[in-house]
Write a protein of this length. Structure first.
Length: 257
């Protein structure tokens, strides 16, 4: 059986602790998915010079943010790692990726995994996003990972297709800028048409793309997931909508689940 692939709009780290329509949907997704042998996460929050794969047996929980309640800093997601999966990823991406023993599981990963797999008993490996490379490079890298889906690995991209932190409205969770809604819809339209070329060339998707995607790191994880889509595979949107004005919480499912 081919494991689905997922891109999840993770939004605020506080979603880890909160019960809301997004986290409720993530829990439903986790219950509907076949149980993966492992999870390979491409998170917006590991955006570095070079491609690296976490290779430790027991990755640490990274609190890569500030200004949030102590309860969030106390949160731990004690999932095991998988040196074997790290080796497999490195082989598929040879000679691009190096083994990393210093990172761990960042909040782009654990804020979502805490709801998908709350028991934290499925091995988790993270792959960094090389900040020197083009969108086409990231799409092609994702395509090289597609074989993992036939090996029981869930490929999970975590970011936000609209992510403008500077225009976020913390006091208005139901707010949505028109440009944010329009860009999210443009992404959905291309996904439904399987127009991957347009999604790779995301800077041309809309006249105000720069408001929706002022920096690319939260958008790029989507490309890793859609690059694994087979020609006859369905795409679904288990979660949609804008949070606090300028976060798209869109979840994209590749394959049936």
């Amino acid at each position: 059986m081919t494991m689905p692939a997922l891109f999840i709009g993770h939004g605020s780290p506080m979603n880890t602790l909160e019960e809301n329509r997004f986290t409720a949907a993530w829990r439903r997704i986790g219950q509907a998915l076949p149980r993966p042998a492992a999870v390979l996460v491409v998170s917006a929050h590991w955006y570095i010079r070079g491609a690296a794969v976490t290779a430790m047996a027991a990755p640490r929980t990274i609190h890569d943010f500030y200004g949030f309640p102590q309860e969030l800093f106390a949160f731990r997601y004690p999932a095991p790692g998988s040196p074997a999966l790290a080796d497999r990823v490195r082989a598929l991406l040879h000679p691009l990726a190096t083994a990393d023993d210093g990172w761990g599981i960042d909040h782009g990963a654990w804020s979502v995994l805490a709801h998908l797999f709350p028991a934290a008993d499925i091995p988790v490996v993270q792959l960094s996003i090389d900040n020197r490379q083009s969108a086409q490079f990231h799409y092609e890298t994702g395509a090289r990972l597609a074989a993992l889906r036939d090996e029981g690995v869930l490929i999970l991209g975590s970011g936000n297709v609209v992510h403008n932190l500077g225009m976020l409205r913390w006091d208005a969770p139901d707010a949505a800028y028109d440009w944010a809604l329009r860009f999210e819809q443009a992404v959905k339209d291309r996904l439904l048409r399987r127009d991957h070329a347009a999604l790779v060339d995301w800077e041309r998707l809309d006249a105000q793309t720069r408001l929706a995607v002022p920096t690319p790191e939260h958008y790029l994880p989507l490309l890793y997931c859609i690059a694994t889509q087979q020609e006859d595979e369905p795409v679904s949107f288990p979660v949609e909508g804008i949070d606090r004005g300028s976060f798209s919480m869109l979840t994209v499912g590749i394959g049936a689940f």
